[in-house]
Design a protein around this ligand. Structure first.
Ligand SMILES: NC(=O)C[C@H](N)C(=O)O
Length: 479
């Protein structure tokens, strides 16, 4: 049976009668089973997906099916789906069952999407390699000795390996785009507030965005179109009208495209990535567009700003996981918790992994009375300056192009074990090109740009001003 790589082929075969949703689901279930070693899924909804497929086949026959009939997706383990477990890759949410469905997920279900399972990710979306999951690491299907990126690693690998047609991930600092780049697929982070965060387990609420991962820009655009728009459950969602992103076309004029000089010239960028970026620049120039180098003067403050503000927000958001209200509770008999405070302490120490504990500590420190102004206030001020610089840049340009990541997928353990332990910032540098879009709240997309000499995928990123998703996907589709 054909392995489908885009939704329009699925739709064509469903309508000419050569395919049913039930056959499609069986194919994915077999492939998921054959690829268990990749560890992309933490739970597979086999029975339910079969039932959904049967019901949608009937709707298709009756002509009443929704726009996503035949789209088989997986959802990252941070999205609530009522009656299903959701763990955020963490032991602290052991045995927790979602009590409601995320708005984004519900909108897909309303259009007859089939959800095939829940996908592995870094714990609470904190990581760039999917090595911080309590379910164990995910392997990159292009080379299983390498990481898939993170935090939506399972979601990216599931699309890469053909275990579902698309995935829904979340992106706080690159978590959709960086794994998409490492796995050779498309990852789209919309403008902050474009898609409701209701039902997304919060990491850093002023950065978090839900976003699709797919094989094609068209499929990512369609998923965005259906998930986007106002929602009474999330007051930060924009009421800006949702365009038909899947039909978007470019204006009939040469575009003004800036590219990040550091993306091409910095010695920290892998030569294969520099070449791939340069090739895209050359092609855009050949197509008649203006493509010019720019510098982001505040680039060295991007990661510090991001990690101060996100850890501060995380320390507050994660305080609800206390071992009392829900999730994991320390019941160790060797050293039992004797009072409420020690129950909190033990449950949180045992329930959270090392990276999450580290970030809660950092965030708590940044928010503490004596350091609040020195860190949190200062980082907010710098965030404002970074946004001003972006606003000025996009007064002159329609897009900003850069590599998605400085290197292709690195090896498992390369940035966590041994001497790498001495410098934990090495891992954070994997997000150097992706965090800007989150700090300023702008939309950005990573698209595949070939592979390096070892066959490892390379991704190119395009960023656009707020709510310019239409132009963003239109250009990405052409590249
Ligand atoms: N969540 C993300 O977008 C990934 C980022 N690497 C982080 O750990 O914060």
């Amino acid at each position: 049976m054909t392995l489908y790589r885009n939704f329009s082929n699925v739709q064509a075969d469903l309508s000419n009668g050569s395919l049913t949703c039930q056959q499609l689901v069986e194919q994915y279930l077999v492939r998921i089973d054959e690829n268990r070693h990749l560890n992309a899924f933490t739970e597979v909804y086999a029975t339910e997906a079969r039932q959904q497929a049967e019901a949608i086949d009937q709707k298709l026959a009756a002509g009443t099916a929704g726009r996503l009939a035949g789209m088989v997706v997986g959802i990252k383990d941070v999205l609530s789906y009522t009656g299903h477990g959701v763990r955020a890759g963490s032991k602290i949410l052991d045995n927790f069952t979602a009590q409601f469905t995320a708005t984004a997920v519900q909108r897909l279900l309303d259009e007859d999407v089939i959800i095939i399972g829940r996908q592995n990710c870094d714990e609470f979306a904190m990581g760039s390699s999917n090595e911080n999951s309590s379910f164990g690491p995910v392997l990159n299907a292009a080379d299983t000795s390498r990481v898939p990126g993170g935090s939506s690693g399972g979601s990216a690998v599931a699309v890469q390996a053909g275990l579902c047609l698309a995935s829904i991930g979340s992106d706080t600092g690159g978590s959709v785009r960086q794994p998409a780049a490492f796995c050779g697929v498309v990852g789209l982070k919309p403008t902050y507030g474009r898609i409701s965060r209701w039902g997304l387990i919060a990491y850093a609420s002023s950065f978090d965005c839900i976003g699709p991962i797919a094989n094609t820009v068209d499929d990512a655009a369609l998923l965005l179109e259906i998930m986007a728009g106002p929602d009474a459950f999330d007051s930060t969602v924009s009421s800006q009208p949702v365009s038909a992103y899947s039909q978007a076309t470019l204006p009939d004029r040469p575009l003004r495209i800036a590219y990040l000089r550091d993306g091409i010239e910095s010695s920290g960028v892998d030569p294969s990535i520099r070449e791939a970026t340069q090739a895209k620049i050359d092609a855009l120039r050949k197509a008649g567009h203006t493509v010019e180098p720019v510098d982001i003067s505040l680039i060295k403050y991007l990661l510090p700003t991001y990690y101060i503000l996100t850890t501060a927000e995380a320390s507050s958001n994660l305080s609800r996981f206390d071992g009392v209200r829900y999730g994991y509770r320390s019941l160790s008999n060797d050293t039992p918790a004797l009072d409420l405070l020690s129950l909190y302490k033990k449950s949180r120490t045992e329930g959270f992994g090392a990276e999450v504990r580290k970030r809660i500590l950092l965030g708590t420190f940044a928010l503490s009375a004596s350091y609040y102004d020195a860190y949190y206030t200062k980082a907010q001020q710098v965030r404002r300056l970074i946004r001003q610089e972006a606003e000025q840049l996009f007064e002159q340009y329609d897009f900003l192009l850069s590599p998605t990541t400085p290197t292709p997928a690195f090896r498992l353990g390369e940035k966590t074990g041994g001497s790498a332990n001495d410098d934990p910032l090495q891992m954070y540098l994997a997000d150097i090109f992706t965090v800007q879009a989150n700090v300023v709240g702008y939309p950005a997309i990573s698209i595949p740009a070939g592979t390096d000499a070892n066959g490892l995928p390379i991704g190119i990123q395009l960023m656009a001003p707020p709510f310019a998703e239409e132009a963003l996907v239109a250009l990405a589709r052409k590249m």
